[in-house]
Ligand binder design. Structure first.
Ligand code: AMP
Ligand code: MN
Ligand code: MN
Length: 314
């Protein structure tokens, strides 16, 4: 438990909580879980993320409350699941909020500790696992809606308790959340088993173009595919994870075109191969088995740069 952070939040009345761009289930689950818990303590809370809540997390309580560009007067800012300050995107305005204390709560090994107060625990399987400890430490009520959001974070970041960082502490946290009223089946069903038909069509397209070289399987996702399959830019619905399951590969990479001439690089690896080091070298971050970065350039330029670094790491 980080007493200093718990105390700082207990004292504050108006809190701004921000999670990372292109949010995943841990980002959204931690954001809503902490936000709702602080509200139950009587605080005024604003929850922010530059990008909209992906549709598979819209079932979570409070998902309609997330704003892209927070306005108002706050006493403290909390960054959740963000491995560096840039990951907060435009939701964090240094001009407006740079003078306020910034609490950095995260579990990425690559996090440099950019906050005024930092609680970075790379042993935690999800930021939501740290948020649970914080909520308990502050004596906030652990009600079913808060528990569901936090369980959503743990379940998604561990891919359903399948990643190597799933420890007894992770399972204990999940158990605590289930006991507090979180519906594990509902969480699993929403995050893993339901997806629009367009996503299947997108997967089929990307997989049919995937290439395998030197135990690296990679594929490209041009922006035109989003319109073609009627999708928002909400990530790849776990496709990189699926690709790293290919027996002939140790690393999977999806290169996704983003606005502004940038390419998002999503990497996964088998245990024993550390892609977070490669991502950090390229200006990104992440975990040993799941990491990413964003690079300017064409598909070919970015691919050559990334594959070169990956070959060195293998
Ligand atoms: P993704 O492949 O987008 O699911 O991301 C996998 C992991 O890498 C997540 O833990 C992200 O937080 C991290 N990550 C992805 N992109 C970036 C980036 N541009 N900078 C820092 N970390 C990233
Ligand atoms: Mn995340
Ligand atoms: Mn996370």
């Amino acid at each position: 438990m980080n007493e200093e952070i718990a105390k700082a939040l207990e004292r504050a009345h108006r809190v701004l909580i921000i999670t990372h761009i292109d949010p995943d289930g841990d980002a959204i689950g931690s954001l809503l879980g902490l936000g709702l818990a602080l509200e139950k303590m009587g605080k005024k809370v604003t929850m922010a993320c530059e990008n909209p809540v992906p549709r598979r997390f819209l079932y979570l309580p409070g998902s309609d409350r997330v704003v892209p560009y927070p306005m108002g007067s706050f006493e403290i800012v909390v960054a959740l699941d963000a491995s560096d300050l840039r990951r907060l995107g435009k939701a964090y305005s240094p001009e407006l909020y740079g003078e306020l204390p910034l609490i950095n709560i995260d579990h990425h090994v690559t996090n440099p500790g950019f906050g005024t107060l930092n609680w970075v625990d790379p042993e935690a399987a999800a930021t939501a696992q740290i948020v649970l400890e914080l909520v308990e430490g502050m004596g906030a009520p652990l009600e079913p809606d808060v528990a569901t959001c936090l369980l959503n974070g743990i379940v998604t970041d561990t891919r359903g308790f399948r990643t190597v960082n799933t420890t007894p502490q992770t399972l204990e946290a999940a158990l605590k959340l289930q006991r507090a009223g979180a519906n594990l089946v509902e969480v699993m069903e929403n995050v893993f088993d339901r997806r629009p038909l367009g996503v299947l069509r997108l997967w089929a397209h990307i997989l049919s173009q995937a290439q395998l070289e030197d135990r690296i399987i990679w594929a490209e996702k041009p922006r035109s595919l989003l319109e073609k399959f009627g999708l928002n830019d909400e990530g790849n619905y776990g496709l990189t994870n699926f690709m790293v399951g290919v027996e002939e590969a140790d690393v999977a990479v999806i290169f996704s075109e983003k606005p502004g001439g940038e390419i998002d690089v999503s990497m996964r690896s088998v245990p024993g191969v550390d892609v977070s080091k490669v991502a950090a070298k390229l200006g990104g971050g992440g975990h040993p088995q799941a990491a990413g970065c964003r690079l300017k350039g064409t598909f070919q330029e970015v691919r050559e740069k990334v594959l070169k670094e990956l070959r060195k790491a293998l």
